[in-house]
Each structure stands twice: as C-alpha cells, then as structure tokens.
Design a protein around this ligand. Structure first.
Ligand SMILES: NC(=O)C1=CN([C@@H]2O[C@H](COP(=O)(O)OP(=O)(O)OC[C@H]3O[C@@H](n4cnc5c(N)ncnc54)[C@H](O)[C@@H]3O)[C@@H](O)[C@H]2O)C=CC1
Ligand SMILES: O=C(O)C(=O)COP(=O)(O)O
Length: 387
C-alpha cells in the first residue's frame, strides 16, 4: 500500500488512475508521493517517508530539486502534457496585444444600457483598431514542447517565424516546421522580430534575460509575450520600455505587483495550463510516473535523477540506490550482495550531473543487514528496497 498527498488540487481523471494499492492522505508527512502544480515547496521539510514528488506540469522552479536529490527523493514533471493549452493562450495573448479587444470590450460594458449603442460603436471603434499577425515576424526563444507548437501554428497563420534554442532536443527539432528560420544568435530575434515570445525554463542562466540591454536591441513597437515565468524578464526594464514607446505591449501570464494593472501590460492570472485537457493530461502522466517509480523503482521523466527503466521485477528482490556520481560505487555495492552470497541477476546504473541511480535485481531478497551496509557506504544518499 502507498499513500499520496496532493499539495494542489489535481484532476480527478488523473487520480482515478491510481490502483487500489494507493490511498490519498491529508498530511504530507504520511505520503510516499506528493503531487503538486505550482505550490511553492522550497520551505517545506520532507519526511523520511517521502520517496517522490510529481509535478503535474512543466516548470519545476517551485521545487528544491537539489535538496530532494540529496535525500533520494525523485522529482518528476510531465513534459509536453500542457503544451497545447499554453500554445492556444499564447495566440490569444498575441491577438489581445495586436488589437485593442480589451479596450473595445470595456467600452461596450461602459456604454451598456445605451439605446443607440450600435450606432455609437460604429463611431467609437476607430479607437480600438489594431494590426494583424499575418506576415509579421515572430521570434520564439526556447523551442521545447511549447515553443515548437507555437512555431508550427504561427506558420499556419502566415507569420514569418524565427526560432532560437541552443539546446534544442532531437525530438523537438524533428517536430519543428522546416519553414522556421533557425537563429543561432538571440540578438537576431531581438533585431528582426515584431513579436517575441519566450518559452524557456526559469534557471540561473535564464533569469532576467529580457533586460534593458536585450530590450534596447528590439524593434520599436515590439510586442513581448511571457508565458514562461515572470522572473525571466526584468519587468522594471519592461515598464521603462513601455513608457519609452519601445514596447507596444507586454503580455504576461504571471501577475505581480510590478505589472498588475500597469499601462501597456496585459496580465493573465497564470491560465496557460488551466484547461480541462491540460489538467487531465498532466495529472494522468504524473500519476503514471509516480506508480511506475513506487512499484518498480523505474524513473521516467525525472528532473533531478537520470532515467532508468528495468521494467517490472520478475526476480525475488530489487534494491535501488541513490548515490553520488563518484568512482568505485558499483564495486562496493556488488561486494555487499556478493559477501552475503546473493546473486545479482540484473543491474543498471545511470548518472546525471553529481548524482547517480543504481538498481539491482536479486535472486534472493536482500536482508536488512545488507541494506544497512549499503546505506553506510560513503556517498550513498538512500537505499530503497523496491521488492
Ligand atoms: N503559463 C503556463 O501555465 C505554463 C508555463 N510553462 C513555462 O514554460 C516553460 C517551457 O515549457 P516547455 O516548452 O513545456 O518546456 P521544455 O523543457 O519542453 O522546453 C524548454 C526549452 O527551452 C530551451 N532553453 C533552455 N535554456 C534556453 C536559453 N537560454 N535560450 C533558449 N532556449 C533555451 C530548452 O532547450 C528547451 O528546448 C516551462 O519551463 C515553464 O516555466 C510551462 C507550462 C505552462
Ligand atoms: O506547467 C507549468 O510550468 C505551469 O506553469 C502550469 O502551472 P499550473 O499547473 O497551472 O499551476
């Protein structure tokens, strides 16, 4: 039996995927697995019972990945599961910024009750005129699950698309329309594009990348879209850009005191992934990842441990070890089993940066004294008896 805890409301369609071996608990301390969306976890203490965190979504900047790794807590996300929801809202944002739909709707509301509103509208509508997106140059920074979908859809709408991603995955490159201009220097996006949209994760290396210097290189009247994370932009610099007439509109999916209600800013309350479809997709994927890990020790779509999949265990025992990615670890592990006469029938080891994950299938179950011995090896974070 396993227990899971939901730190945010998680779609019922996903939770229904849990088998009868799982129960929902009301306290995080009791859970082997936590499901989360955007709740901040950096200040949370984690119980020794916690084995994994599954983020039903893409961005994991709300989770202390390194601290989890050192405790042998695997963090998963759900790559691509909400990408279409975000893509569609990006186009809504692009249209709201290009045409004064919001100003127009507000005018209609303010004139409600006017018997002659139809006539008045024909007189007033010139105030809300805008521009079309067809034929405009769209620059996309970050060609992952969302960026690729935005790029391909923009091509269908007749836009000229520039894409920048120095770390683009083979999968993303395969899915990208070949009409997208592959840009090797982000400056080419800044200098050429009428509309710029950013789809990169929030990392130390991407924080504040849209700053004064970047904005100064952009075309006058540029439209900036930020459906990734507010901290990717230095929003004080963005406001200055708006004031100076450099930026026509800044569309953000992340309300904060800097941009909320500001002239030139269209701020949406983080609705990118808030669709029935995205919520269901993310929850289903997160639950599947969690079950595969809790039941089999397999790691698929982790953001702090390497992928490792040994299928379902058909042997008498399976032991998983989280450890530092340093020399001689496998030899020491193998000796612990060998010294007790336990035959290793299968084994896999994968590393990711400074951490590694090793799983052993055994002909006979490992006794507690072997587990204690493994746990005492310098550099081992956690030993888990899967079976
Ligand atoms: N508004 C919302 O509700 C949502 C927001 N997001 C945000 O969007 C981000 C992207 O999501 P996905 O496309 O699903 O993630 P992804 O991981 O599929 O794509 C991110 C891409 O950014 C690229 N990248 C990293 N650093 C870069 C840099 N310095 N310059 C250019 N490209 C760089 C990576 O190579 C990768 O291809 C997430 O990390 C999250 O912060 C994601 C989903 C929903
Ligand atoms: O997946 C992401 O990165 C998102 O920003 C979506 O967040 P949410 O699940 O809507 O709280």
């Amino acid at each position: 039996m396993f227990q899971y805890y939901c730190l945010n409301p998680i779609s019922k369609v996903g939770l229904e995927k849990f088998s009868d071996s799982y129960t929902k608990t009301e306290t995080a301390e009791e859970a082997e697995g936590i499901l989360v969306r955007s709740a901040a976890m950096h200040d949370m203490e984690f119980s020794d019972k916690l084995l994994c965190v599954a983020r039903a979504g893409a961005g994991v900047n709300n989770i202390p990945l390194d601290r989890c790794a050192e405790k042998g807590i695997v963090v998963f996300n759900t790559p691509g599961a909400n990408a279409n929801g975000v893509k569609e809202l990006v186009f809504a944002g692009m249209l709201l910024a290009s045409r004064d739909i919001i100003g127009g709707i507000n005018w209609v509301i303010s004139d409600k009750g006017d018997e002659n509103i139809a006539k008045a509208a024909e007189k007033e509508k010139k105030k809300f005129a805008g521009t079309e997106i067809e034929g405009k140059k769209l620059g996309i920074i970050g060609l992952g699950a969302i960026g690729v979908k935005v790029a391909n859809a923009a091509k269908h709408l007749g836009m000229e698309v520039y894409g920048y991603d120095p770390y683009v995955s083979v999968d993303a490159a395969w899915n990208l329309s070949r009409d997208v201009k592959h840009v090797l220097n982000v400056e080419d996006i800044y200098e050429n594009c009428d509309i710029i949209t950013i789809h990169v994760p929030l990392l130390d290396s991407t924080k504040g990348m849209i700053n004064k210097e970047a904005i100064s290189k952009m075309k006058d009247g540029v439209i900036l879209l930020n459906f990734a994370r507010d901290l990717l932009a230095d929003e004080k610099d963005v406001l200055e850009g708006i004031k100076a007439g450099k930026i026509r509109k800044y569309v953000s999916d992340f309300p904060n005191p800097t941009t909320a209600g500001q002239e030139g800013c269209i701020v949406i309350p983080h609705l990118g992934a808030s669709t029935e479809e995205s919520e269901d997709n993310c929850a289903k994927m997160a639950v599947k990842e969690m079950m595969n890990y809790l039941e089999n020790g397999n790691i698929v779509n982790s953001v702090n441990y390497p992928s490792l999949d040994m299928g379902v265990c058909t042997q008498a025992g399976r032991v998983a070890i989280f450890h530092k990615n340093i020399a001689n670890m496998i030899t020491k592990f193998a000796a612990c089993f060998g010294d007790e006469g336990i035959n290793i029938t299968d084994m896999m080891n994968k590393s990711r940066g400074e951490v590694a994950y090793t799983m052993f299938d055994l002909e006979s179950p490992a006794e507690q004294k072997i587990i204690d011995k493994l746990q005492s090896i310098d550099g081992v974070f956690r030993v888990r008896v899967v079976k």
